[in-house]
Design a binder for this molecule. Structure first.
Ligand code: FO1
Length: 312
């Protein structure tokens, strides 16, 4: 069985662990958001790809959700001592090795998809991670700062400002010139089931679907498409989807996100929509099912993955 998953960072990573646990013999491909990517201190950083890689490798930090377990911050402290900006980004010593290898390969001319495959080789994930695109499509957030409108990088908004500045718009710089990375369109077309992970519907899933060829492939695939709500009981389980959804006029609820994704029958994304027990959603043309959605451990995540595939 071939399962393809559209995924962002922390929620997507945990969901991928569940898919792998539930279907160890399946071919699992994740199409991962690269809108969060950023170059800092001369290093190319791909947060969602790294969250998925570390989490699937079992070396992620459970509490933080991102970065490595057992991480140290000695280089970060030295950078601060030199006054090297930015100081707000948490660069861990172990994590820097990943960025050094990635940056060196990108500088040598390898596309991000080759770099990702090379870096993942070490971890033997059992899941293929594909960047959504080899071209840069960095998410920037339009905010009011010092009385003027300006676009700041998503990471600055998310980390330095803790998403406290109202997002007036989200813009993926370069998305109009970007195309799906090699293997992405095939993974969508050839899937038995296409799963939409419980990731941020705006800056993760929305960014992936912002690529015209990816959205077309999703509309055209013969695979049923089933999404998992990232909103439980009117709030995101993690992250700040509640800070992003109002910017695109979407209610912070399983109903709101389900309606926003829409039914494939009417040009939207979904055939099925998993919402948390206790939540409801009524999206014409979409089969809705309520199951426990808290991914507290691999077994819970696997149960959600099975429920999504059974719904498909
Ligand atoms: N998130 C934070 O809240 N603070 C950080 O300092 C931080 C550093 C960081 C470094 C590498 C990396 O791969 C992720 C990092 N994240 C941090 C998480 C990241 O901002 C988000 O996970 C994604 O961009 C959104 O899913």
């Amino acid at each position: 069985m071939r399962l393809t998953v559209l995924a962002g960072g922390i929620g997507g990573a945990r969901f991928l662990r569940g898919v792998r646990a539930a279907y160890p013999d399946a071919t699992i491909t994740a199409v991962v958001n690269t809108g969060d990517d950023v170059t800092l201190h001369g290093l190319r950083i791909c947060p969602d790809l790294d969250s998925c890689m570390y989490t699937l490798a079992g070396v992620h930090d459970h509490r933080r959700g991102w970065g490595r377990t057992g991480e140290t911050w000695r280089i970060k402290a030295e950078l601060e001592a030199y006054g090297a900006e930015p100081t707000w980004f948490g660069l861990g010593d172990l994590d820097i090795a990943t960025h050094l290898v990635r940056t060196r390969m990108l500088d040598a001319g390898y596309p991000l998809s080759d770099v990702t495959a090379a870096i993942c080789e070490r971890w033997q994930l059992g899941v293929q991670l594909l960047p959504m695109s080899d071209q840069r499509c960095e998410t920037h957030v339009v905010v009011e700062l010092e009385g003027a409108r300006k676009a700041i990088h998503f990471q600055e908004w998310w980390i330095k400002h803790r998403a406290s500045l109202d997002p007036l718009a989200f813009v993926q710089v370069g998305v109009d010139q970007a195309v799906a990375a090699p293997g992405v369109l095939e993974a969508i077309a050839d899937a038995d089931v296409l799963l939409v992970a419980p990731s941020n519907p705006v800056v993760s899933i929305g960014t992936i679907l912002g690529l015209a060829d990816i959205r077309a492939a999703v509309v055209e695939t013969s695979a049923p498409v089933v999404g998992v709500s990232p909103i439980v009981g009117g709030a995101p389980v993690r992250g700040m989807a509640d800070r992003c959804l109002p910017a695109i006029g979407v209610e912070v609820s399983a109903q709101g996100v389900g309606a926003h994704y829409g039914a494939r029958k009417t040009g939207g994304l979904l055939d099925g929509w998993l919402v948390a027990s206790g939540d409801t959603a009524d999206v014409p043309g979409v089969e809705v099912r309520a199951v426990p959605l808290l991914m507290t451990d691999d077994e819970a995540s696997a149960a959600i993955a099975r429920a999504a595939v059974e719904l498909a």
